[in-house]
Design a protein around this ligand. Structure first.
Ligand code: C5P
Length: 299
């Protein structure tokens, strides 16, 4: 996440994430699932501008989003948007009644397993803490953010990659891993996270996260690529044929390896380098996919 001041406003660029590994360990009594995931930040950014104001407001520019992942502006900027929920939570937590005019230029597609809403919420908490001069510690903001969503605490972690456990909110930063180049494609349809978890059949034996973490720490790209895993891919494929279509598309191209991110529907492939990624991205575009990104980690 990158913050800078411009006159009285704060400008924030906040990244998307990919899940290189995601295992679901079991269902909890609170309705969530315990999981283990290796999450990495990638350089697709939403841009937020926060300006002091008397009350809270949110405006959005969705014109950079792929047409098929756009929703009506009123629906996006509704009371329930995670940005506004994060701002209200910080007001309540600190007893502050100051406002802010928040504007977002969205680049991270919605409902795509790239945590666009979560990264926006994390950015809002960090920026408002600074704008309102609240002095809340980073650790406290991170803890607070878990109330809003399981993926949000990850974005407070300064490292490019982390192991996330519990329902996702327990974040263990990892030392730097290999430099990674990705092609990320999002089909025209999205998927709802609760629906994907609902269609998951839990397995007796779980896949260990250790081998992929070892490959990350040893900075061995090919070894890491061979250890990608996502338990949510099977239920997502059963719910959405677009995910299956993407899998077949990626299978036919020379990626080091590929899988779906999070609860979908975005699909990514690991490439040898950015040049390789650009070449494979253009091949995917010529096969009819409209929303295709070339991305890198570290972001
Ligand atoms: O935490 P978040 O709001 O992102 O979760 C959205 C939904 O995804 C939850 O309501 C739950 O149905 C499902 N979920 C889950 N286990 C997790 C994370 C999310 O079952 N660890």
């Amino acid at each position: 996440m990158f913050l800078r001041r411009h006159n009285t406003s704060l400008l924030v660029r906040t990244p998307a994430k990919l899940n290189l590994f995601l295992e679901v360990l079991g269902k909890r009594t609170d309705g969530y699932h315990d999981l283990e995931s290796l999450m990495v930040k990638v350089n697709i950014f939403d841009h937020l501008t926060l300006t002091p104001a008397d009350s809270l407001s949110l405006t959005a520019d969705l014109s950079s989003l792929p047409v098929d992942s756009r929703i009506p502006l009123e629906e996006f900027a509704s009371h329930d948007n995670l940005i506004l929920r994060a701002a209200r939570l910080l007001q309540q937590h600190t007893g502050i009644s100051r406002g802010a005019a928040i504007h977002i230029r969205k680049h991270i597609p919605l409902q795509s397993g790239l945590a666009g809403g979560s990264t926006d919420a994390a950015a809002t908490l960090v920026a408002l803490n600074q704008l309102w001069e609240l002095g809340v510690s980073h650790a406290e903001l991170q803890h607070l953010s878990a109330q809003l969503g399981s993926d949000i605490p990850f974005f407070f972690c300064p490292a490019p990659g982390a192991v996330c456990s519990g329902r996702g909110e327990i974040v263990r930063p990892l030392p730097p891993g290999p430099e990674l180049a990705f092609v990320i494609a999002r089909p025209e349809s999205g998927l709802s996270t609760p629906l994907v978890f609902k269609h998951l059949s839990l397995q007796e034996a779980s896949v260990s996260i250790e081998p992929v973490c070892d490959a990350w720490q040893a900075r061995r790209r090919s070894c890491l690529a061979s250890r990608l895993f996502n338990r949510l891919q099977a239920p997502a494929e059963s719910l959405n044929p677009d995910v299956v279509h993407l899998k077949h598309l990626f299978q036919r191209l020379p990626f080091l390896s590929h899988q779906m991110s999070g609860s979908g529907t975005s699909y990514f492939g690991i490439c040898r380098n950015l040049h390789h990624a650009r070449r494979l991205a253009s091949q995917i575009r010529t096969r009819g996919m409209k929303t295709v990104f070339v991305a890198a980690c570290p972001a």
